[in-house]
Each structure stands twice: as C-alpha cells, then as structure tokens.
Design a protein around this ligand. Structure first.
Ligand code: ZN
Length: 404
C-alpha cells in the first residue's frame, strides 16, 4: 500500500525528497516534455475563451517558495480538563439540629462568566471557527482564549444559541469510505469564514464529480476529505514569474501538499478559494499534484476538469489559438497525427479505442482530439462533464490502478 501511495506522491513531487534542485529538475522536465498545465476558464460564450496572460503550452507552475516544507506544528492544547470533584460523604452529626432555613442554591460567582446578557457556566464558551480558538469560561467571570482547544485533529464548532463547546474532526470525509488504500484528495479552504459555508461548496465539488462519467468504479478508489482549517492562506500573488513567462495567479504548492498530507493523509489536494483572489474568468489553475479553484467555477465542470490535470495528467483540448512549438508532445488525450477522416481514430488510438475520432485542435491548433467535446475542452455553452475514452483509460485508470 505504501508503494502504491508513493507512486502518486512521487508524481506529486515527493515532499520528503524535495530540494530546490529536485523541484527545478522536475519543472525543467515538465517544461521540456511540454506537459501542459493549463488554465480552465469558463467563458461566457462558447466562442470566447480567455487565457489571461498565459502563453499556452507552458506549464503553469508558480514560482516556488522557499523549498523548506512548512511544518505543521501541532500545538498541544493548553486546556486542562476540570478535575471531577471527589464527593466526600458528609457526616451528619446526630446531635446537631437540622437548620430550618436551607441556603438558596444559587450558582456561585466563582462558577460563572458573563457573556453579554448571558451568564454562562465554567467550562462553557465560544468558538471562533476562523482561528479555531475557544474562549472558555474559567469561573469568576474569567474568559480565557485557548487555541486548538479541541486537540490534535479536532476543531471547535461554533453554535448558535448555546455556549457548550462542541468539537469535530478536522478532516471531514465527503466521498469514499476513508479506507487508506484509496487515493486521498484533500480540499483545502482559503478565505472562508465558516465551516458550513466551506462544506456547502465542497458538496458542490462532490456533486460535480458524480456528474462526470468517471463512474462508481473509479470514484470508488478516491476519498475526498474537506479539511476544516480556515486559518491558512496559500495564495502567493498575481503574475508570478516562471521560466520563460509568468502565471496569472500562483499559490504555495509545498504548503498545500504538506498540509494535505500531514492533516488528512492526503496524496493530492485542491485549494478552494472563496473568490477573494479572482483573476478575470480564470476558474482554476492546475499543476500535476494539485490545483487551485475559485468558488464561482463550481457552477461549471471546472473541479473535475482540474482534477483531470492534477490527478490524471490530462491536457486541455480547447484551442490555445496557436500551433504547437516544435518538439511539443501531445499528451494522453491529444494526438500529433491526424487520421484520414475526423471520424476515424487518430493512429495512436486506432487499436485500443476504435470508436473515437480525430478532430483537429487539441490545445494546439495542429493537434487532434478524440471527441468533438469533452470535459477537458472549453467550459461555457456546451460544456460537458464527460471525459473521453483515452482520458478515462490512459489518464484516470492509469493512476487509479495503484489504488483500491
Ligand atoms: Zn484545463
């Protein structure tokens, strides 16, 4: 199982082996092999596809941050549970007369705190989900802030109308059984303010996956986790320079994959941005191993499209508007060579996928795609959720065969 996991991890840049040299080597390799990591932009019309400032065909990898992996420091909760008071049997002296007046059993001030108009008990408090901080009553009107109150792997949940402190698992399973033989995809939150809002949007991502033709067998090999951590930022900036060009928006890949791995045992990740760093019509950006998605794009097939890049290594089929530079490799779902007619499979698919065709334009204008439309083609009008056969078999199946 470890070996299987390592396969994807390796392809997603093995973190524990990562050094500046390795990253440079990998990225140079990606550039050399022309592994296109494209933008997916849901355009407003069928004809309009915005590519922002990206030169098509270039890998879309952000300028890498300091190659030191960000360590997720587990803060040991400072909270010490209130010791259960030992009950000592009160000896009632037989000779003492029972007083006729019993004292009124008011909760002593030592056991309460005042929160606005509410009097709350010792041990109760408030949760700030954004920072995962509990402000807890310690009695005598002392409210003390405690970060990571719920302990490792847990987060506090804010509750309307009561002051009991609820804790929940930080990794919420949204698809799959959680079995570790599966590919673990972790959705990371950026700029969300509540777990419920974030989770509603993750549900839309799961719905989009279920709308594709990946089917039960393939999706059954994937766990999708939502990491309840609203306190992280991954965005690095706009127009980040990369070798030979720039990327419209970039993020901290090392931080993202490290967070996904250390918190939820992730093999790969997808960052969901609450539309705070939108760049025109860019719906998402992907590299092999992870992707960055804007919330508005959840109304389009963008999420599974980006996974097509980041998990299955697929390339874009929409038009880059230019011919391929010499030496460019078509990729899994495109072909350099035409066939005698567009309804005849391109030579590379003729034997294995006899029912596909060979349609001109697959990213580059002089490459050929297997079907007229697919999810790796453009968004907007006529966008479809289905992957074509070469994408399913040579892309998805080829990676998912390492998982069960
Ligand atoms: Zn794309």
């Amino acid at each position: 199982m470890l070996a299987k996991k390592n396969y994807l991890r390796h392809k997603s840049f093995v973190l524990d082996e990562v050094g500046a040299t390795l990253i440079t080597t990998i990225f140079t390799f990606l550039a050399a092999t022309n592994l296109v990591i494209p933008l997916f932009t849901p355009p407003t019309t069928d004809q309009t596809v915005s590519y922002e400032s990206i030169t098509p065909g270039r890998y879309l990898i952000c300028s890498m941050p300091t190659p030191t992996p960000t360590l997720i420091v587990t803060i040991i909760p400072t909270f010490t549970p209130t010791p259960t008071p030992t009950l000592l049997p009160t000896e009632i002296p037989s000779s003492t007369p029972i007083p006729s007046i019993t004292p009124t059993p008011t909760v002593s001030l030592a056991e309460t705190c005042q929160v606005g108009a509410n009097t709350i008990k010792k041990g109760e408090g408030l949760c700030d989900e954004k920072s995962n901080t509990v402000t807890v009553c310690e009695g005598n009107n002392q409210m003390v802030q405690k970060q990571n109150f719920c302990g490792q792997g847990q987060v506090c949940l804010s509750q309307a109308g009561n002051f009991q402190i609820k804790c929940n698992a930080a990794c919420q399973l949204k698809l799959g059984t959680g079995a570790r033989t599966k590919a673990d995809l972790v959705v990371l939150a950026e700029d969300f303010n509540s777990y419920s809002d974030f989770l509603r949007n993750v549900d839309k991502e799961v719905a989009a996956l279920n709308q594709t033709n990946l089917g039960a067998a393939r999706l059954g090999k994937i766990n999708l986790w939502a990491l309840l951590d609203l306190n992280q930022t991954y965005f690095l900036g706009y127009n980040c320079p990369i070798t030979g060009g720039s990327v419209v928006a970039c993020w901290d890949h090392i931080k993202a994959i490290t967070t996904a791995m250390s918190s939820c045992g992730g093999d790969t990740y997808s960052i969901l941005n609450n539309d705070t760093h939108r760049v025109g019509s860019v719906g998402g950006i992907a590299i092999w191993g992870g992707n960055y998605l804007f919330k508005f794009a959840l109304d389009f097939p963008t999420f599974p499209h980006e996974l097509g890049h980041s998990m299955a290594g697929l390339v874009d089929e929409y038009s880059f508007g230019i011919a391929a530079p010499s030496g460019a490799i078509a990729g899994i779902n495109c072909s350099e060579k035409a066939s005698q007619s567009e309804t005849t499979p391109c030579p590379k698919w003729a034997t294995r996928f006899p029912s596909v065709g060979c349609y001109k334009r697959c990213g580059y204008t002089n490459f050929y795609r297997p079907t007229i439309r697919s999810i790796m083609d453009r968004g907007g009008t006529g966008a479809v959720y289905d992957f074509n056969e070469p994408s399913l078999v040579d892309g998805w199946d080829d990676i998912l065969k390492y998982f069960q």
